[in-house]
Write a protein that binds this ligand. Structure first.
Ligand SMILES: Cc1cc2nc3c(=O)[nH]c(=O)nc-3n(C[C@H](O)[C@H](O)[C@H](O)COP(=O)(O)O)c2cc1C
Length: 173
């Protein structure tokens, strides 16, 4: 393929959403549930757009659709928790990918130091205070400073090609 001269690259058209999603499906991601709370209103949403930013200060980022109910809660309170699901918690990933009027009605939880619900049995949880919010297209990128963590044994649940999968660990014979 011939390369464009530098001054023309900036005017290249974007690819369409179908082509974009087909490429993004090839990425394997760790599955999390991002929880949030404002008074009696609590929410959780399944999310894979989660990434480490820096260790000093300890920061992570999450990317949330501006139409999600979690977006409004996090924007209002400036707090969220990233619960990293274990590979036996696919039911939580399925549950929190759907909107429900009372998402915690049949889900076990406890409150963390920020007052946001934590899901027991996760391989890790990171309690965050929002440092910055950047709108990008349909989503917001929230950078959260991590104020508390918890971790447990087990393997993280993964998601790739539209399916939840377990990590296979190959141990030397
Ligand atoms: C595997 C998987 C990963 C997802 N990752 C994200 C994500 O990173 N960001 C996002 O905004 N939505 C993501 N979603 C969609 C939300 O989970 C879904 O829209 C949810 O209903 C939002 O809930 P809320 O409106 O109650 O906050 C994902 C869904 C699935 C199944």
């Amino acid at each position: 393929m011939a390369m464009c001269p530098a001054r023309e690259i900036i005017s290249l058209p974007s690819i369409g959403p179908t082509q974009f999603k087909a490429a993004m499906r090839r990425i394997a991601n760790t599955v999390t549930v991002i929880t949030s709370r404002s008074g009696v209103a609590m929410n959780g949403m399944t999310a894979t757009a989660v990434c480490s930013v820096s260790a000093e200060p300890p920061c992570i980022l999450v990317v949330i659709n501006q139409t999600n109910r979690s977006h409004a809660l996090i924007e209002r309170t400036g707090t969220f928790v990233v619960n990293v699901l274990s590979d036996d918690q696919e039911y939580l990933a399925q549950h929190f990918a759907l909107k429900s009027d009372d998402p915690f009605a049949e889900v076990e939880y406890r409150y963390g130091m920020t007052g946001v619900p934590l899901l027991p049995g996760c391989v890790a949880s990171l309690e965050c205070v929002v440092e910055s919010q950047t709108r990008s297209g349909t989503h917001s990128i929230f950078v959260g400073r991590v104020v508390n963590t918890d971790k447990d044994d087990g393997s993280p649940l993964l998601h790739t090609d539209g399916a939840f999968v377990k990590l296979e660990r190959h141990r030397p014979a």
